[in-house]
Design a protein around this ligand. Sequence first.
Ligand code: NDP
Length: 327
Amino acid sequence: MEYRRMGNTGLQLSELSFGSWITFGNQIEDNTSGRLLDMAYDAGINFFDNAEVYANGASEEVMGRLLAQRDWPRDTWCVSSKVFFGAGGKLPTQRGLHRKHVTEACHDALKRLRVDYLDLFFCHRPDKQTPMEETVWTMHQLIQQGKILYWGTSEWSAAEIMDAHRIAERHHLIGPVVEQPQYNMLVRDKVEAEFADVYRTVGLGTTIWSPLASGILTGKYNRTVGADARLKREELNWIAELLLTDENLNKVSALEALAGDLGTTMPKLALAWCLKNPNVSTVLLGATKTNQLEENLQAPEVVPLLTPDVMERIEEILDNAPAHPQY
Ligand code: NDP
């Protein structure tokens, strides 16, 4: 496993990391979650991603219980939580990025994950109802209290991230150092174009999510998938409607043929393509089965196969390169 600096910070995350959205405390049994966690750690993964909203807190409870059962030294792994959506409660005090909810969400995540501090704490979405200053101050204070080590954002715009930085600079506070955006062969704009200046100016790190577009980039939706596959879940119809289009399936079919030419598989090609981007600090994996994770963990071996010629062939198939800002 290779390790990459998280943006301009000194923290080095494993280039592959492991998250629990949809799966822990929900789609899979706890003993499967435990096996996946063990496989990830044994392969050198040092970052486990979570959020208050995942299974309304149950994902963090499962991960916390599993981590507590292992004798892994605390200085060998990092864990995150994310605040914004709440852990089930819908009252205005139970969600958002105001001081009350951010503070309480942090305390609750510490309890559920059974840790003394969160290595990373993300603002899961921007909150238009809370002044940016209030969130930046609260995150800074949580760092000063030793409850979190780094804070970041998820699905914020470049303008929002820069706004937070300007406020932090003005008051000598610690600003957000990492963003968690979606990034994969089908969704590219934020990571490849919108954040270009933010990498240069503040040295933003990225922990990217859905590198396989929820499984579409494995190629399995081009065939008959089992009823237990993620995009058969009713609550995820919105992703299927957005990404499971004929156009995308045709692209996947062509990419899968290319993967075959290279002697590899579609999931490994899709993950290696994400790893190839130097602005990606870590690629967050998700899995419901050990054989999936076993395959995905081999993705770094495919990166050297992505020569300029192969990247060009991929680009021709994808035909979705964002227009880069001029600077
Ligand atoms: P992926 O896009 O990689 O999707 C993972 C899912 O794809 C698995 O659960 C599995 O689903 C299927 N899959 C994975 N590997 C294979 C394989 N080799 N063969 C066949 N099927 C496979 O990642 P996620 O969407 O899970 O995102 C990763 C992490 O990112 C999450 O766990 C979470 O921590 C984070 N995240 C953050 C978000 C945010 O807003 N900040 C949003 C979403 C995720 P199945 O078996 O059910 O088909």
